[in-house]
Design a protein around this ligand. Structure first.
Ligand SMILES: [Zn+2]
Length: 124
């Protein structure tokens, strides 16, 4: 899935005009850690991945042209950069808004992270 695809799907969700439902990932304006049991599986329909075809190890470089950081609200969603380049894209079946999710692999842990998609923040 490209940046354009992501942006268009996010905008389509907004255009329906229905209110955002109460599911917690919609409130994650910045990356939020969660345990698997909190993931709303019933609502989140997988749409695809932002991972590029044929790339085994996506780069860890981040994209912050305006002084944001990894965990900033309003950090750009750049599909070529960490961590968006390893995210899966989900659409909420209740309110059609998009959510991104990926898994951090630390030395001794795995940590799931989710963030909502603000169409205006999507860049190539
Ligand atoms: Zn929803």
């Amino acid at each position: 899935m490209t940046a354009d695809d992501l942006k268009q799907l996010a905008e389509a969700g907004n255009r329906r005009g229905n209110p955002v439902c109460g599911s917690w990932p919609h409130r994650a304006a910045a990356w939020e850690s969660f345990t698997e049991d909190r993931w709303p599986t019933d609502l989140m329909q997988p749409l695809g991945t932002l991972r590029a075809d044929g790339v085994d190890e996506p780069v860890f470089e981040e994209f912050h042209p305006h002084g944001t950081r990894y965990d900033s609200v309003g950090a750009p969603i750049s599909v070529a950069h960490f961590p968006f380049n390893r995210c899966d894209v989900y659409r909420c079946t209740a309110c059609a808004r998009l959510v991104l999710r990926y898994t951090e692999f630390g030395g001794y842990y795995v940590d799931h992270r989710a963030r909502r998609v603000d169409a205006a923040l999507v860049s190539g």
